[in-house]
Write a new protein. Structure first.
Length: 97
C-alpha cells in the first residue's frame, strides 16, 4: 500500500483539527519548524565553509553516557565536564545538529 506524503499530512491535519479543535495551528507550527530547520541547515553550512577547524577536528575515544531517567547520568555528565575530562553539549546543540 503506497501512501503519499500529502495524504499523510492531510490525515494528520484533520485528526489534530477534529480532536483538539486547532485547525490553523498545525499548519503554522509545521511551517515554523521547517523554517527553523532551513535556517539551521544554512548556518551549519556556513560554519562548515568559514570555520575549517571544525572539519579538521577528530574526536578520539568519545565518552557516551546512556542510562535510565533519574539514574545519575546528568550528575555524571556535569561532573566530567567540570573536571575537564570532556566537553558537554547543551540541549539545543543536541536537537539541531
Amino acid at each position: 500500500m503506497n501512501i503519499t506524503l500529502l495524504k499523510r499530512l492531510i490525515t494528520a491535519y484533520t485528526t489534530v483539527g477534529k480532536n483538539f479543535g486547532f485547525w490553523i495551528s498545525p499548519i503554522f507550527s509545521g511551517i515554523l519548524l521547517l523554517l527553523l530547520r532551513l535556517i539551521n541547515f544554512i548556518f551549519m553550512k556556513l560554519d562548515w565553509i568559514f570555520f575549517k577547524k571544525i572539519r579538521d577536528n577528530n574526536i578520539n575515544n568519545p565518552i557516551i553516557i546512556v542510562g535510565n531517567p533519574r539514574s545519575g547520568t546528568t550528575f555524571l555528565h556535569r561532573y566530567l565536564v567540570n573536571s575537564k575530562i570532556g566537553i558537554g553539549t547543551q540541549l539545543w546543540q543536541m536537537l539541531y545538529t
